[in-house]
Design a protein around this ligand. Structure first.
Ligand code: TXA
Ligand code: MG
Length: 349
């Protein structure tokens, strides 16, 4: 009973958009594409609508949602105070993969913010997302449109696999462009702080702001001594069914180590997958060898990551070994997601 509608991102069909907007206005859920990942949307100012999001995803109710807007003035209408950095960042990066955390006013229900007094706001850079917000006349609360604990969906088929029968409509705008969730920056502290790394990096933010930006220590620590400030970052997200281990070091040593580990597991009767790169794909012997892209093309690696993790789930592999990636630019976000998926299991060779 979930309606899956193909939408031309360059020219969204008006009739389809009206139908989707009507669902949002009446408190229902619509999955839609953004430039980062697919979102599961509902009217952000309707507490009952927000509750439906948590129910459909099986999401813990203390994990707040991001409110998606299509005009900067909408931020002004739900923020209690507008931090001086907000306008600069919006000018530079909106619409785009940046979420800002500000103090909320009384219009935003606690159902949407997971009980917090702050609200996360983002203007997505995707014509379908913007048209849905505009046409519905609602700000749209939207987490990634996956079942809680699964990798975020980067194509409509992933959404259907997780949520078919649980939501009235999925707008299929094709595969997303970025593939990793937005950067989250908290503007409620003296020094702006990144709570989740993404396509917009610390360096890019510092350049626009002309001031220091920190990274939440809670997301770097491999132990659990520091709690991340974004509630969602503490959950074991993105976890594939198989045990995932990252192997780090010089290319030749990494290939040798992974092949040895694969042989060991196979000898024990297990099915094993390898996450390779274009450069190394032909060098591995395993049950499934998948390339994530060329090492030089970080954007492609980001775009393919979640799809690959889902594929390994489909193939029911028991163990996955993955190469690891350097951390400048979006590499930091890639490693953040991979490390979480691996439960921080890393072998250095
Ligand atoms: O790219 C994205 O941001 C995608 C697309 C759909 O826009 N959305 C997304 O939403 O990734 P979600 O719900 O999967 O992740 C939202 C993250 C969670 O880790 C949540 O804890 C954090 O944002 N968050 C939301 N509101 C917050 C707040 N007021 N304070 C701290 N963290 C917050
Ligand atoms: Mg998510």
């Amino acid at each position: 009973q979930t309606k899956l509608i193909k939408i031309d991102a360059d020219d969204p069909n008006k009739e389809d958009m009206r139908e989707a907007a009507e669902i949002i206005r009446s408190g229902g859920l619509v999955a839609f594409p953004t430039e980062t990942v697919y979102g599961l949307g509902a009217n952000a100012l309707d507490p009952e609508a927000s509750k439906r999001i948590y129910a459909a995803k099986g999401r813990p109710s203390d994990n707040p949602l991001i409110v998606h807007i299509c005009r900067f003035e909408e931020l002004l209408s739900i923020a209690k105070e507008v931090p001086p950095q907000a306008e600069k960042l919006a000018d530079a990066f909106w619409p785009g993969p940046l979420t800002m955390i500000v103090w909320k006013n009384e219009k935003v229900p606690y159902e949407t913010t997971g009980g917090m007094d702050t609200v996360a706001i983002r203007m997505p850079n995707h014509p379908v997302a913007l048209a849905l917000i505009d046409e519905s006349g609602c700000m749209i609360a939207a987490p990634s449109a996956n079942t809680s604990g699964k990798p975020s969906p980067t194509e409509a088929g992933h959404v259907a696999l997780d949520l078919d029968g649980k939501i009235p409509m999925i707008l299929d705008g094709g595969p997303v462009g970025i593939g990793i969730e937005s950067t989250i920056i908290d503007l409620t502290e003296k020094v702006p702080m990144i709570l989740r790394p993404g396509y917009i990096t610390k360096e890019m933010l510092e350049e626009v702001l002309g001031e220091e930006v920190r990274i939440d220590p809670g997301i770097i620590a491999s132990d659990s001594t520091k709690k991340p400030k974004a509630p969602g970052m503490k959950y074991k997200h993105y976890a594939p069914k198989a045990d995932l281990v990252l192997v780090e070091g010089e290319q030749e040593a990494v290939v040798a180590e992974i092949n040895a580990l694969v042989r060991e597991k196979q000898a024990a009767g297990l099915k094993v997958g390898v996450v390779a790169t274009d450069e190394t794909e032909s060098l591995y012997q395993a049950d499934y060898v998948v390339t994530i892209g060329a090492r030089s093309d970080e954007d492609a690696i980001a775009r393919h990551l979640y799809k690959i993790l889902r594929e390994f789930d489909d193939w029911n592999v028991d163990a996955i070994y993955s190469e690891s990636f350097s951390t400048p630019r979006i590499g930091q976000a890639i490693m953040n997601r991979l490390m979480k998926a691996a439960g921080h299991q890393v072998i250095h060779v």
